[in-house]
Ligand binder design. Sequence first.
Ligand SMILES: C[S@@+](CC[C@H](N)C(=O)[O-])C[C@H]1O[C@@H](n2cnc3c(N)ncnc32)[C@H](O)[C@@H]1O
Length: 276
Amino acid sequence: MNNLIRISLDKLKKNNIPNPELDLRIILNNSSKKNKEIIFSNFHINDIDLKIFDKLLIKRLNREPISKILNKKYFWKNEFFVNSRVLDPRPESELIIEETLKIYKNKNEPLKILDIGTGSGCLSISLANEYNNANITAIDISKSAINVAKKNIIKNNFEKKIKLKLMNFYKIRKKFDLIVSNPPYLSQQKYDKCQIEIKKFEPKLALVGGKDGLKFYRIFARFLEKIMNRGSYFICEIGDDQLDSCIRIFKNSKLSIKNIRKDLQNIDRTLIFSKI
Ligand SMILES: C[S@@+](CC[C@H](N)C(=O)[O-])C[C@H]1O[C@@H](n2cnc3c(N)ncnc32)[C@H](O)[C@@H]1O
């Protein structure tokens, strides 16, 4: 094994980086001067720009996630610009798109969609890609998140299809056919136990949903029916172990749970509601 690879791997391991081999390969390939993919066995020191390599490695040793170092993360069918001011789109949130596609099979339906807490804009942009005539409102209370979403919307040419608004969701007065949300849902206690990558490089505002993590669901249960059209749906993500609490919270609301979707780790992750 080349010396640089051995030393870099040792450093990553000493700093408790979870997947050192994978991350090192990504760093090597992002400092590459060549077109071919670098793997450890074919690596040659002249293949990379050492200055870039050192910069990227130091960032990772500082526990910055690869997505934030490279400013990109894949979600559904697109690559998104991300930075430390937005939550990285997570694969489990793609269930929201999958469930929407099951409900609305006609890709030409003129759906009025609201995305609460758009962050990077990943849900809105993915839905805009799927539904030709969708009219989407994407909101967030974080100015920096709105700036990132704007960048992603422009990159995908969806300025006409997606209206971005810096606002709190309970100020919304219009009505929608579909509301999607991946709200902040960690309890303060769970947040305190998160890995450094999350606490240092993702916004707390995007993660913590009040002391017990359930703050948003309580407000959703009271408020959302007011902004939902007849026959409309609300699809949202929930945290680990929050299903029973959410069932209790929505029990006396005007939203009824139509389906519960588990993620790949068999955790109840996505709730699909319709307006009663
Ligand atoms: C968990 S992140 C979800 C981001 C993105 N939708 C995704 O799935 O990756 C939650 C987002 O909600 C935003 N947010 C928090 N409180 C909000 C509120 N009261 N109204 C609107 N957005 C809010 C945060 O700024 C953050 O961007």
